[in-house]
Design a protein around this ligand. Structure first.
Ligand code: PHE
Length: 443
């Protein structure tokens, strides 16, 4: 297919697809538990700052590069470097992105598989349940994890194999409205059955005594991950954007929707956490352990729980397809492999690496890889604290300092003021802050 003509059909598809990529486990599972363990309001405020002054300028840059050069992240960066007479090594940004996508997909799919499994566990709830024991039961069985990990990755691969228009576009048009409606239902449920004011207080009253350097690191990592930045997913989706679409506006809407869903997730979860006297700082188990025991108690809780985990699975699916797309786009644009074959092969690689993460819940739980971390935590660290921030840092340096500014200006359009504002942030603010936070983790 001629990639020049490959653009989203619907006017809103780019927004839906990019928001679908951004809104995922990071928002609904990660954000609430990180806000919970980092003291609530102050974390939320720092997170919002990171989205605005680090994330947004980088998102604008990724979309701009994708939209102009219209290829997979590797060919986009290569073409950009050629047009601006830079070294062709800048395409390493693209390669790093493809690798990060597969690494993230490998463990993302294991976690999303657990969400799929929990849809059925919740629907089958009858009265009291020992939710910690249930979580241990689910994660101690490699076969059960393997089954759901495989189901999730097959669905992902199948959508990507179907193509950009008949796969991705069709799915996000279906999934994103569903996700939004389910989220509203969950917030209404929390409003009726939970302690809403305590949750509002927890999320929006900053207590800076709880802030440490680590809060910044965690908030920035979360912002990158949540906006899907630093690995070319947004760049790749930008490559399918129609020429007349406004980049500033689209980036603002996508970042806004992502933030809105994270906040709504907090408002869906914390009111019931507080109403049932559960501590907000229970960590990654917040939705699987704390919430499940509450669903067991709630009127119609099995239905509410089933819907909640369906919501989580849908959000995960619209993100996982964007993790696979960049590398599949690369192989198929070069005509190295047909799209369905590329999709099966690369998802197979992610599936295989995912086995390590799956085993780290049980058989390999004592094995450590990076530092004292098990396989899953090591992959998570590699992606979130290294690959994504480095990817984002280099995108910022490239777009701010190496890309010919006249090209950026003509691609971004809009007023001089907006351009200067973006240029200021992408040159002096985003890269400096990412670098500072990145280096700080080693001291
Ligand atoms: N943004 C997704 C989430 O919040 C995860 C993701 C990261 C997707 C990077 C694509 C690229 O869950």
């Amino acid at each position: 297919m001629n990639r020049e003509t490959l653009t989203w059909v619907g006017k809103w598809t780019f927004i839906l697809a990019a928001a679908g990529s951004a809104v995922g486990l990071g928002n609904i599972w990660g954000f609430p538990y990180k806000a919970g363990t980092n003291g609530g309001g102050a974390f939320v405020l720092i997170y919002l700052g990171c989205i605005l002054i680090i994330g947004l300028p980088i998102m604008i840059s990724e979309i701009m590069l994708g939209k102009r050069y219209r290829g997979s992240p590797v060919s986009t960066m290569k073409a950009a470097a050629m047009e601006s007479n830079n070294s062709s090594s800048w395409q390493a940004i693209g390669w790093g992105g493809l690798i990060a996508g597969i690494v993230i997909l490998s463990f993302y799919s294991v976690l999303a598989g657990i969400c799929l499994n929990y849809i059925f566990i919740s629907l089958g709830l009858e009265g009291e349940i020992d939710s910690l024991a249930k979580f241990q039961e689910v994660t101690s069985s490699p076969l059960q994890l393997l089954f759901w990990h495989s189901v999730f990755i097959v669905i992902t691969a199948w959508i990507i194999a179907a193509g950009v228009i008949s796969g991705i576009e069709r799915m996000v048009k279906l999934l994103m409205p569903m996700l939004f409606i389910l989220m509203i239902v969950m917030v209404i449920n929390a409003f009726i059955n939970g302690n809403f004011s305590q949750a509002l207080n927890f999320l929006f009253t900053p207590d800076f005594s709880a802030v440490t350097a680590n809060t910044f690191l965690s908030a920035m990592g979360q912002a990158f991950f949540s906006l899907s930045l630093g690995m070319g997913a947004i760049m790749c989706y930008g490559a399918y954007m129609s020429a007349d679409q406004d980049i500033y506006e689209s980036s603002g809407i996508v970042a806004g929707l992502d933030t809105l869903i994270a906040m709504l997730a907090g408002l869906a979860i914390f009111p019931i956490i507080f109403a049932y006297g559960v501590e907000p700082n229970s960590g990654p188990g917040l939705v699987f352990i704390s919430l499940l025991s509450i669903f067991a108690d709630l009127p119609l809780g099995n239905l509410v729980g089933g819907l909640f985990f369906l919501l989580l699975s849908i959000a995960a699916l619209s993100s996982s397809i964007s993790l696979l797309e960049p590398s599949v786009a690369y192989l198929s644009e070069k005509n190295i492999l047909a799209r369905p074959i590329a999709s099966s092969l690369l998802s197979g690689v992610a599936w295989f690496i995912g086995l390590g993460s799956l085993l780290s819940f049980n058989v390999w739980s004592e094995l450590t890889f990076i530092g004292s971390r098990n396989f899953l935590d090591s992959m998570d660290l590699l992606a979130n604290q290294f690959l994504l921030p480095l990817g984002g840092l280099f995108v910022a340096i490239y777009a701010g300092w190496r890309l010919n500014p006249a090209i950026a200006k003509s691609e971004l359009g809009g007023s001089d003021f907006l351009f200067k504002l973006w240029q200021f942030f992408i040159r002096f603010v985003s890269p400096v802050l990412v670098f500072a936070v990145f280096v700080f983790q080693f001291v």
